[in-house]
Design a protein around this ligand. Sequence first.
Ligand code: HPA
Length: 247
Amino acid sequence: MSVDLAIIGGSGLYQFEGMRELERHVLDTPYGKASGAIVIGELDGHRLAFLARHGESHTIPPHRVNYRANLHALHAIGARRVIGVNAVGGIRSDMGPRALVVPDQIIDYTHGRYSSFCDVEGAKVEHVDFSFPYTASLRAALLNAGEASGIALVDGGCYAATQGPRLETNAEVARLRRDGCDLIGMTGMPEAVLARELGCEYACLAMVANWAAGCGDQVEISIDEIFAILRECTAQVPTLIRALLSR
Ligand code: HPA
């Protein structure tokens, strides 16, 4: 069993439009249950796996996602290249609502999440190199696919992984900016490091849904608006992935 590419869909992306469904796998892993069924389908002659990170009806909040089970299950069905699609808030001036970003760095502010496969009695301790948290070749494949399909992607940026599920305060975002963060999401970690521990290639496609707190001219962030903008962003994902697979 193998797949050419796996997609982990975030907020606003619960199924992969245009993929012809072939199989569904509901896997129980040593770490518990994945967020839902892994759907394997055919897209332009390629085998694609899709998993909705928050569940197909968006019932699992970021801090309760079983990231280990998700990655373990994807690995078990043969996925070795994984793209995480993540909704984010933008900090940097070129990362406003609707921007699509392929970040190249991470700062992890999450806490209390199981963030390693070593975190189990008797497991061998491994220290993975995480200097470059995303796989360069998969990032490049995404960026090339953007060029080929005429979808503008911002190349690079530092992803702040926050705990959620609440959004941040203005002061927290000001600190994240001082830390060098460019965009903020709640699900980028520990997904990226777990992929690394399993030896999977991993890249992030971040969809900017809103200006982060204190960054735009809004007084309040509208959740309805976030989801409306995410619908516009996610509509571009199939075109982008088709272009990636065709190259
Ligand atoms: N902060 C954190 N995560 C997010 C945001 C945000 O502003 N928008 C969408 N996901």
